[in-house]
Each structure stands twice: as C-alpha cells, then as structure tokens.
Design a protein around this ligand. Structure first.
Ligand code: NDP
Length: 275
C-alpha cells in the first residue's frame, strides 16, 4: 500500500516509454515487501537540473539516469563515486539526507552479462559502436578487463576523445573504418541508440560481420534488433541487452535498499514482458 512512508525512486531520461525498469524494480520491491515505488519521468534537456533538484526537494530515495543524460548529470551531484567519475557517466543516484551521490552500475552489469555468456574479455579484440554514456561504461569495463578496444561513433571527435582516455583506437564510421576495426575482433557491442525503434537502420553496414564474432546489443527492447538478426544470419553469437539490464538494475536496487536484489524475479518479469 502506498502511504506516507513510501520511498520513491525515479527514472530520468528521454525517451523512457520503452523502459522495463519500472516493472523490474516494482516487482523486486513487492517480492521483498519493501515500501518503495519506482516511476519513470520523461525529462527534457532544459529541465534536467530542475528534475535533479526535485530529487532533493521531494526527498526521493534515488534515481536511475538514462539516455541522454548519463554524462550531463555529473556536475549536478554532490558526490560521484570514484569509478563513475573516471568513466564520466552516472546511471544511479542515491539521496542520503539531501546529498546526492552518483554511481555507475552499467560497468559491472555489462561484465556480469558477458561472463554469463561465457566471454572472457582478457586479451580479446573488441569493438564498441557509440561513445555516449553506456559506451563509456563498456569501454572502461573492457579496457580494465584486459581487452583491446576500438571505438566507432557517428561523431568521430567523441569517439577519439573516449579512445584517448583509455588508450583505445577510434575509427571513422565508414566501411573502411568498420572493416579495419572488425579485423580479428571477437566481440562487437552496439552502445548506440540505434535499434530501439523497429524502423531504425542497423548501426553496422550489412556484410561486415564474420562468423564467430559475439555481437552484444545493449538495446533490450525490441528483443531481436535488426543488428541481432543480421548477426544470427551471419553465423555470429547474438546477445541482447536484457541480462545487462537485470544486473545493472540489481546493483542499483542494492544501493537504494541495502538488500540483496531478487534477480530471478527481476529476470522473470522482464522476460515475460517481452514474450
Ligand atoms: P547516449 O545518448 O549517451 O549516447 C547515444 C549514442 O548513440 C551516441 O554515441 C550517439 O552518437 C549514438 N547515436 C544516437 N543516434 C544515432 C544515429 N541515428 N546514428 C548513429 N549513432 C547514433 O545514450 P546512452 O549511452 O545512455 O544509451 C545508449 C544505448 O544503451 C541505448 O540504446 C540504450 O537502449 C542502451 N542501454 C542499455 C541498457 C541495458 O542495461 N541493457 C542500460 C542503458 C542503456 P553521437 O555521439 O554521434 O550523438
């Protein structure tokens, strides 16, 4: 029952209509009998700082930050965890008595998902499409795990800046660039926003994938993106973003509540939602 003790957590982003986080977290709160609720808020760029101030003003327990604000939110917080600061992106906020602290659970969420699919990044050649908030978390995660990282982004300068921070290589988003980056690669990650809308083109020109490459699409809705369909047709291992969603969400849940997240319930409800 919602009452005056109910703690609220919010998802701030634009778009948010696709998000399974409200379903996943509310199911988890209910399972553990926690008097928490999770709501999604579509926030425009000009309202972001007011929305963050609202977390303080209304005493929300915390928030998740999604597209396109994972980087923009950093200077609005009172404190940023050292790993999130290094990455330059925050996806989880905790409100401790009016002080907002930012964390990044995408990094561990991504690595846990990869591990679950039996991929060890150490010594592997990997390619990331995109250079936004999620791409940054994944680039830092793969780099730290001992992989070599190549980055391709629509805006080359953003890819170059990220590559420069971790000693990675940036390539142009041209056929030549994709071809050079993918030579000898064993993992391709889509961390662009392309794929969230069924009409979206693939983030990769067709015919570039060789059998054996693992293709990880961070997009989880729709479950089968154009990229994943093309990957399967090319004989690649194709993985969607659901396991990453569950793990990054579980870690955020544990930060807000201090309790172990019921991962199996979270997994079940998001899988059912996409049947
Ligand atoms: P950002 O807005 O920070 O970054 C978006 C990235 O996509 C940028 O690199 C941008 O390039 C690129 N991009 C956007 N539109 C296009 C386009 N039309 N053509 C080519 N590139 C484009 O978003 P996030 O990093 O927060 O999110 C990225 C993805 O991660 C989303 O698809 C989201 O669904 C997914 N995600 C998955 C999660 C999971 O747990 N599975 C959790 C959170 C997000 P440019 O720099 O040129 O603008």
């Amino acid at each position: 029952m919602i009452n005056t003790d109910t703690k609220l957590v919010g998802l701030l982003g634009d778009p948010v209509a696709h998000s399974l986080s409200p379903l996943m977290h509310n199911s988890a709160f209910r399972t553990l009998g926690l008097n928490y609720r999770y709501l999604a808020f579509k926030v425009s760029t000009q309202d972001l700082s007011k929305a963050i101030e609202g977390i303080r003003g209304l005493g929300l327990r915390g928030a998740n930050i999604t597209i396109p604000y994972k980087q923009a939110v950093l200077p609005m917080l009172d404190e940023v965890d050292i790993q999130a600061k290094r990455i330059g992106a925050v996806n989880t906020i905790i409100n401790e008595g009016g002080r907002l602290k930012g964390y990044n659970t995408d990094t561990t969420g991504f690595l846990a998902a990869l591990k679950g699919f039996g991929f060890n990044p150490k010594g592997q050649k990997t390619v990331i499409l995109g250079a936004g908030g999620v791409a940054r978390a994944i680039a830092f995660a793969l780099n730290k795990a001992g992989a070599s990282v190549s980055i391709i982004n629509r805006s080359l300068s953003t890819a170059q800046a990220l590559a420069g921070e971790i000693g990675a290589t940036a390539f142009e988003s041209t056929e030549g660039g994709y071809g050079a980056a993918l030579t000898g690669a064993s993992l391709l990650v889509n961390a662009t926003s392309l794929g969230m809308i069924p009409e979206d083109p693939s983030p990769l020109p067709s015919g570039m994938l060789l059998p054996g490459i693992m293709v990880f699409d961070t997009v989880y809705r729709p479950r089968q993106t154009r990229l994943l369909k093309e990957a399967e047709a090319a004989g690649c291992v194709a993985i969607g973003g659901l396991e990453m969603l569950i793990e990054q969400g579980a870690l955020a849940f544990e930060l807000w509540t201090g309790q172990n997240a019921p991962r199996q319930v979270m997994r079940q409800v998001v899988h059912e939602a996409l049947l």
